[in-house]
Design a protein around this ligand. Structure first.
Ligand code: ATP
Length: 480
C-alpha cells in the first residue's frame, strides 16, 4: 500500500478524490469534500453497508431522524452536561490540546485515559513530563490542569437569539433512534432483537481535527441501534462484533492483519456503556477506532423516560402490549469517513512493472486502486483508440449500452496514449477498460483489459454486457 498519510492525501487531492473544504478561502477546519471519484466511492461503500446490514437482514429496519432535535433530547441524554473532552491549555503559547490524547502519546498508548478524572490527568501530565506539542513548554511550567470542554455544536432556532432558542446539531445519530425506538418498534410490530439503522451527518466541536477524514468536526455515521431483551445483550454484542469484522474482510476486502478488536476495560467505558468492543484499523498513521460496538443497556431509555415523563418501555404487540419492559440497546456505530480512509489506504497500491525483456526499456510501475468491483467508482471505461473515424461515436454507444446494463458511471476517455489512459483508470479503481479500434468498426469486437491482471481479451460487445451485471461483474470470462 501507499506508505504515508501525506502521500495518500496528496494523491487523493491530485485526482480530486478528496479535497480540503472551502479550499479557496484557506479551508474551513471542519471537514473534507469529496470530488467525483470520492463521492461515488463513498456512496458505493454506504450503499453496500445498507444492502448488507439493512435490506438483506430481517432484524434491521431503516430510519431517518433529524439533525436538529428538540434540545431537551440532549439534556435528557446527558450530552449537554457530560459530552466533554478534557482540554488543557498551554500557558506559554495559549494553544489548546486534548489532555487524554497527549497522555496516550506520552505513554506510548500503554493506557487509555478516557475514564480518568481531570485531576488524575493533570497529575499524570506532570508526572510523565509531557511538553506542549506546539512550543515545548513542560507541563509543570504551563500545561494547565484539564477542564471539561463540551463538544456540542450550538445553533439557535427562530429569529430571537437568546438562551431559550439554543439548539444543538446532533453529535451522533443514535439519540434520534433511541428517542423514537420504542414507539417505532411497537407501531411496526417488531420482534426483538430489532435494529433501527440510519446514515447521516453528525457534528462535534472537536478540540483538534487531524489525520484527514479520521477526525473532522462534521462527519457521517452509519449506526444501528439494536433493541433487545436484556439477557441476550451480551451474546448479541459478540454476534455484531463478528458480523462487522467479517463484513470488513469478506465484502470490503480489507486486509485482515490491518484489523483488530479492542475490548474496553471497565475503567475506560463511556458512562452509558456496559461493555464496548472497538474494531480498529491500522491506518497509515497507526491503529485507530473504526467501528465502536457498545452495549448501552437501558441507560438512554431510562434517562429519556425521566426527562420526558413518557413511558419508554417496549410493548410487545403480540400480546396486546401486556409484556412491557425497557429493552437493552446494542449499538454498532461506524464512521463513514474513517471507512473510506481505510479502504483508500488499504486498496491503493504501487506495483512494479514486470522485468523488461533483454534490450527492452523497463516500463514504469503503476498505482492501482484495487477496490472490489461492487464499490468501484466506475465499473468500466470505454477508450476509443483514435479520436476520429467514428471511434468516439462507437465508444459512446458502447458506454451507453454498458450503463443500461447497470455498470454505473461509465466514462469515455479520449485523451492521451492508450497506456496513459489505462493507468488513469487503474488509479481510480476502474476494473475494466474497453478499447474501441478499427477492427471494432468492422466486426463489433473490442479489446477488454482487466485492471488487476492487466490481461487483455478480444470480445464481442455482447460478451461484455454479459459480464457486467447490475451488482457486481463476473470477470471469469475475461480472466481466462
Ligand atoms: P474517538 O475516541 O476516536 O473520538 P468516539 O469513541 O468518540 O471516537 P463514538 O462516539 O463511538 O466515537 O462514534 C462512533 C463512530 O463515529 C466512531 O467509531 C468513528 O468511526 C466515528 N467518529 C466519531 N467521531 C468522529 C470524528 N470526529 N470524525 C470522524 N469520525 C468520527
Amino acid at each position: 500500500p501507499v506508505a504515508s498519510m501525506e502521500e495518500l492525501m496528496s494523491f487523493c487531492r491530485s485526482r480530486a478524490i478528496i479535497l480540503e473544504s472551502s479550499g479557496v478561502y484557506g479551508g474551513a477546519a471542519t471537514t473534507y469534500d469529496f470530488g467525483p471519484v470520492g463521492a461515488q466511492l463513498k456512496k458505493n461503500i454506504v450503499d453496500m453497508w445498507w444492502r448488507d446490514f439493512v435490506e438483506n437482514r430481517d432484524d434491521v429496519a431503516p430510519l431517518d431522524t433529524g439533525v436538529i432535535l428538540n434540545p431537551a433530547v440532549w439534556r435528557g441524554s446527558g450530552h449537554v452536561e457530560e459530552f466533554t473532552d478534557p482540554l488543557t491549555q498551554c500557558e506559554t503559547c495559549k494553544r489548546r490540546f486534548r489532555a487524554d490524547k497527549l497522555l496516550e502519546e506520552a505513554d506510548g498508548g500503554a493506557e487509555h485515559w478516557d475514564g480518568k478524572t481531570l485531576e488524575e490527568m493533570g497529575a499524570a501530565l506532570v508526572a510523565l513530563g509531557v511538553a506542549c506539542p506546539s512550543c515545548g513548554a513542560k507541563a509543570e511550567a504551563g500545561l494547565g490542569t484539564p477542564r471539561p470542554f463540551n463538544l456540542l455544536f450550538e445553533t439557535s432556532i427562530g429569529p430571537v437569539q437568546d438562551g431559550s432558542s439554543t439548539a444543538f446539531l446532533r453529535p451522533e445519530t443514535a439519540q434520534g433512534a433511541l428517542v423514537q425506538g420504542p414507539l417505532v418498534l411497537s407501531l411496526t410490530r417488531a420482534r426483538l432483537p430489532a435494529g433501527l439503522a440510519q446514515v447521516g451527518k453528525s457534528f462535534r466541536n472537536e478540540i483538534a481535527v487531524g489525520q484527514s477524514l479520521f477526525r473532522t468536526r462534521e462527519f457521517e455515521q452509519a449506526e444501528i441501534q439494536v433493541f433487545c431483551e436484556p439477557e441476550s445483550s451480551g451474546d448479541l454484542l459478540q454476534q455484531w462484533v463478528e458480523d462487522c469484522n467479517t463484513w470488513l474482510v469478506d465484502r470490503l476486502g480489507l486486509t485482515p492483519s490491518r484489523i483488530r478488536r479492542r475490548v474496553h476495560e471497565e475503567s475506560e467505558l463511556a458512562h452509558y456503556a456496559l461493555a464496548t468492543t472497538d474494531i480498529e484499523f491500522n491506518y497509515p498513521f497507526g491503529w485507530g477506532e473504526l467501528w465502536g460496538i457498545a452495549n448501552r443497556g437501558k441507560y438512554d431509555l431510562l434517562r429519556h423516560e425521566a426527562a420526558s415523563g413518557q413511558d419508554m418501555r417496549f410493548r410487545d404487540p403480540r400480546d396486546g402490549g401486556r409484556t412491557a419492559f425497557h429493552p437493552f440497546v446494542v449499538e454498532p456505530a461506524l464512521g463513514v469517513g474513517r471507512l473510506v480512509l481505510a479502504v483508500l489506504s488499504d486498496c491503493l497500491v504501487t506495483e512494479a512493472a514486470p522485468a523488461a525483456a533483454k534490450g527492452k526499456k523497463q516500463a514504469p510501475g503503476r498505482l492501482v486502486l484495487r477496490v472490489p468491483d461492487e464499490i468501484a467508482p466506475s465499473r468500466a471505461a470505454v477508450l476509443p483508440l483514435m479520436n476520429k473515424d467514428g471511434m468516439p461515436e462507437r465508444a459512446a454507444e458502447i458506454a451507453a449500452a454498458l450503463r443500461r446494463m447497470g455498470a454505473g458511471g461509465v466514462q469515455v476517455d479520449t485523451s492521451g496514449s492508450i497506456g496513459k489512459r489505462y493507468r488513469r483508470q487503474d488509479e481510480v479503481g476502474t476494473p475494466l477498460c474497453v478499447t474501441v479500434d478499427y477492427t471494432t468498426l468492422e466486426d463489433g469486437t473490442v479489446t477488454v483489459r482487466c485492471r488487476d491482471t492487466m490481461r487483455q481479451a478480444r470480445l464481442s460487445v455482447a460478451d461484455i454486457e454479459d459480464a457486467i451485471g447490475p451488482r457486481g461483474l463476473t470477470r471469469d470470462k475475461l480472466q481466462g
